[in-house]
Design a protein around this ligand. Structure first.
Ligand code: HEM
Length: 443
């Protein structure tokens, strides 16, 4: 059975692409309502089979990774991330990079980053305007960039490279997100764009400063005492005992930047957008932060990621024919477990559209019904890192400022290259909390 026979919208490919790019969630919701838990959509040159049943999601996440390839599904990022990026590899090459990257991102290691994350958040939030509307998304992006430069790249305060890295990474991240550069990528295709170095003028300055950072780290004799990810990667060894070379380190640093920067900033912007429209939740969060607790903030993070997942789905390409949801699919089919549709199922989440952090209190998450970070051997490497950062930033936020939405209406789900963002950037008005009621800056 070819994918053409899998049910899905009959409108022409161009119309489906338009539906997806202009209002991605309603487009997929309509198709789900019409065709059920397994349906086909055509976007750009691709055809995806969307999966909305947790049993099918489980099949994909627990299936043989050699059958469910994810690296090739991300190939569009090749010109930026490079050939050694964990995000773009499959099979043994993927596992070998993932094994090296996992230890620095292990949940147990995250506590040691909380102090610096809070410090960075305090400094950023202290610079926010008061009394006038502003969008939090760009502010959160500046904040998450700082976190990555300091904790992942390991560039210390006072190092002259920090300012250069900040300017060049910001330019790179902003420019690659413009429609002009996206078009250049789509017209050339990722493989030709990489071979011909189409983005050299954007990448060379970034690569030059990253090379300096790596070289500087290599000269250090205190790597074992340092907490940053680059230091740990320099000490990591492949199975054959060899260290990571400069090309591997460069590709993984850029991967961690691209995978971890906008995603976390977007989750923070959504948390602000939802909380400012749910005053009781915001009050409870503020009280808990003042008392030093963490249960409610975790519930807020989960509820935000449930209702406003940063990425709508994850992708896998079948290397062999498979039957999923009772439907036979040929090799080459691209399947897309839908984070968004699973998270809004009424049979899993009563009143699924209600933002209610309380639903998570005392509840363990199930990897096939709550999947904001994807799953299986491809589950987000930075999930604990992101959760730690979200917790730290939200704690600082409610202690430093009171926030109100600039307009009462909910923000729509818009798009920024790959992430689903609040369409007005999470626009709020802030007032400062008087210093005597502000919390001590804990760490
Ligand atoms: C709220 C923030 C974040 C969200 C929602 C998110 C979500 C995701 C998702 C959905 C995937 C794909 C998983 C799959 O295919 O099953 C992924 C992969 C990945 N993420 Fe994240 N992510 C976040 C933050 C981060 C951070 C902070 C980092 C690192 C600093 C990071 C690094 C990665 C990497 C390296 C992968 C590729 C894993 C692999 O292919 O083995 N992410 N992320």
């Amino acid at each position: 059975m070819a994918t053409a026979t899998i049910p899905g919208p009959r409108m022409p490919r161009a119309m489906q692409t338009l539906g997806w790019t202009s209002r991605p969630l309603p487009f997929v919701e309509r198709a789900h309502a019409a065709f059920g838990d397994v349906f086909r959509i055509k976007i750009g040159r691709d055809t995806f089979v969307v999966l909305a049943d947790p049993a099918d999601v489980k099949q994909v996440f627990t299936g043989d990774p050699a059958v469910y390839h994810a690296g090739e599904a991300n190939i569009i990022l090749l010109p930026f991330l490079g050939h050694k990026s964990v995000l773009l590899l499959d099979d043994a090459a993927h596992l070998s990079q993932r094994k090296l990257l996992l230890p620095p991102f292990h949940g147990g290691k995250m506590r040691r980053h909380v102090g610096l994350m809070r410090e960075i958040a305090e400094r950023e939030i202290a610079g926010w305007p008061t009394g006038v509307p502003f969008a939090v998304q760009p502010r959160m992006q500046a904040l998450t960039l700082e976190v990555i430069m300091r904790i992942v790249f390991g560039v210390d305060e006072g190092d002259p490279r920090l300012a250069r890295l900040r300017t060049r990474l910001t330019h790179f991240l902003e420019t690659t997100a413009t429609p002009r550069e996206m078009r250049r990528l789509l017209v050339n295709g990722p493989i030709r764009a990489e071979r011909r170095r189409i983005f050299a003028s954007l990448l060379d300055p970034v690569d030059a400063v990253i090379a300096e950072v790596i070289a500087d780290h290599r000269r250090r004799d205190d790597l074992a005492d340092r907490d940053d990810v680059l230091s740990m990667l320099l000490l990591a060894r492949h199975d054959d005992g060899s260290p990571m070379d400069d090309a591997e380190l460069r590709d993984e640093l850029v991967t961690l930047l691209v995978a971890g920067h906008e995603t976390t900033a977007t989750a923070l912007a959504w948390a602000v957008e939802r909380l400012t429209r749910h005053r009781a939740a915001l009050e409870r969060l503020t009280e808990e932060a003042r008392a030093g607790g963490e249960e409610y903030v975790d519930a807020v993070i989960r509820e935000t990621l449930r209702l406003r997942p940063v990425l709508p789905f994850v992708g896998r390409r079948l290397t062999q024919p498979q039957t999923i949801g009772g439907i036979a699919m040929p090799a080459g089919t691209k399947v897309a477990p839908s984070i968004h549709l699973v998270h809004r199922r009424g049979d899993l989440y009563p009143e699924p559209m209600a933002f209610r952090p309380e639903r998570w209190l005392g509840v363990r998450t199930n990897p096939y019904t709550f999947l904001p970070f994807g799953g299986g051997v491809r589950r987000c490497l930075g999930a604990s890192f992101a959760e730690t950062e979200l917790r730290a930033v939200l704690g600082v936020l409610v202690s430093q400022v009171r926030l109100a939405p600039s307009q009462p209406a909910n923000e729509h789900v818009g798009r920024r290259v790959i992430t689903l963002v609040p369409d007005r950037g999470g626009e709020v008005v802030a007032t400062r909390v008087a210093p005597d009621v502000a919390m001590p800056s804990a760490a």
